[in-house]
Design a protein around this ligand. Structure first.
Ligand code: TYM
Length: 333
């Protein structure tokens, strides 16, 4: 069977975008495939430089996957940092990866653009090698497990293309001895697949526009009520397609409900407040039971660690085998 593999950076609360873009499709794939899902804690180190905060974030990330329904018997579930083979493979892949490819990476370019906008002459100012090398580490995450299908949101598609390129460089050079499977993204390409945040840009922890997945009910209601809407009067017709709460609703309510709300907005007579009530109900119905499980896991001293430890041997034995093949192929055995 194909190996499905994906990871999420634990950098604070997971949000509705992570759930819709990655967790939900990944868990659906777990029904029928060989699945490897992990907490990308070394990726988070690019952002979180406080030990306690990182520790807490890792726990929260693990609890989130489990509360959303990840079954650790079925899915190999682990922390990136528990697989030292990944970091050795990163070094190997770095020697095959053109620097120019990294120069064109979106996240790196965006950081330089921010410096341009801020009038900072040294465009690499504030950018460390962790950010620069991020795509190589991500390629190693995928290739060390021979991941073939990678369920991610559309914002990660360049990273998957890079991984395929990097696998190609290796295979071209060493393919007589060992070849990586060339991975493909499992990506919903539609415009609507990227969840907007409360300001209309992509929902993201770094824009501070996100709605955390497991907000307590009251805070969730408040967060939804704070999403900006225009001042069209209740009785007037409204355009659902430019409305952030409506876009969010399409991901949480069933098709019938979505069609009904669309019709009521377009006809006039439904206010933004009513729409937000519908959105709260839909999100809370889907996430309420998961929130309870999340809180239980976070309260337990040992349960999370035991679960993470139980996936470790399966993950490492795959990684050891692949790294062994790679070392033999390159002549370091
Ligand atoms: P990260 O942690 O930023 O995001 C985790 C997943 O959530 C998706 N996502 C979204 N989907 C829809 N709408 C949004 N607003 C939204 N925001 C985030 C992302 O596309 C992603 O799938 N580099 C990765 C983590 C990673 C990884 C890997 C993934 C590290 N190694 C190996 C796959 C395979 C990242 O930063 O995702």
């Amino acid at each position: 069977a194909n190996t499905y593999l994906t990871g999420i950076k634990p950098t604070g609360d997971f949000h509705l975008g992570n759930y819709v873009g990655a967790i939900k499709p990944a868990l659906a794939a777990a029904e029928g495939y060989d699945t490897f899902y992990f907490i990308a804690d070394y990726h988070a180190l690019n952002i979180i430089k406080d030990a306690d905060e990182l520790r807490q974030s890792i726990r929260s990330g693990a609890a989130t996957w489990l509360a959303c329904g990840l079954d650790p018997e079925r899915t190999v579930f682990y922390r990136q940092s528990s697989i030292p083979e990944t970091f050795e493979l990163t070094t190997i892949l770095s020697t095959l990866t053109p620097k120019g490819l990294m120069n064109r990476a979106h996240a790196y370019k965006a950081a330089r653009d921010r410096n341009t906008e801020a009038g900072i002459a040294e465009l690499d100012s504030g950018i460390n090698m962790g950010l620069y090398n991020y795509p190589v580490l991500m390629a190693a995450d995928i290739l060390i497990m021979e991941g073939e299908r990678v369920p991610v949101g559309r914002d990660q598609s360049q990273h998957i293309e890079y991984t395929a390129d990097i696998a190609g460089y290796f295979n071209h050079r060493y393919g007589d001895s060992y070849s990586f499977p060339v991975p493909k993204g499992v990506i919903d390409d539609s415009e609507a697949s990227i969840l907007p945040g409360t300001d209309g840009r992509k929902m993201s922890k770094s824009y501070d526009n996100h709605i955390p997945l497991f907000l307590p009910e009251k805070k969730l209601r408040k967060a939804i009520n704070r999403i900006p809407t225009d001042s069209t009067p209740v009785e007037d017709p409204k355009d659902p397609d430019t409305s952030i709460p409506f876009q969010l609703l399409t991901h949480f309510a069933d098709a019938e409900k979505v069609a009904d709300v669309r019709q009521r907005l377009e006809a006039g007579g439904m206010g933004w407040g009513d729409l937000k009530k519908e959105l709260f109900e839909a999100v809370n119905t889907e996430l309420g039971p998961k929130r309870e499980r999340y809180e239980e896991l976070m309260a337990s001293e040992t349960e999370l660690d035991e679960i993470l430890d139980s996936g470790l041997e399966r993950a490492r034995s795959r990684a050891r085998r692949v790294l062994g093949d790679v070392r033999a192929a390159i002549g370091i055995d």
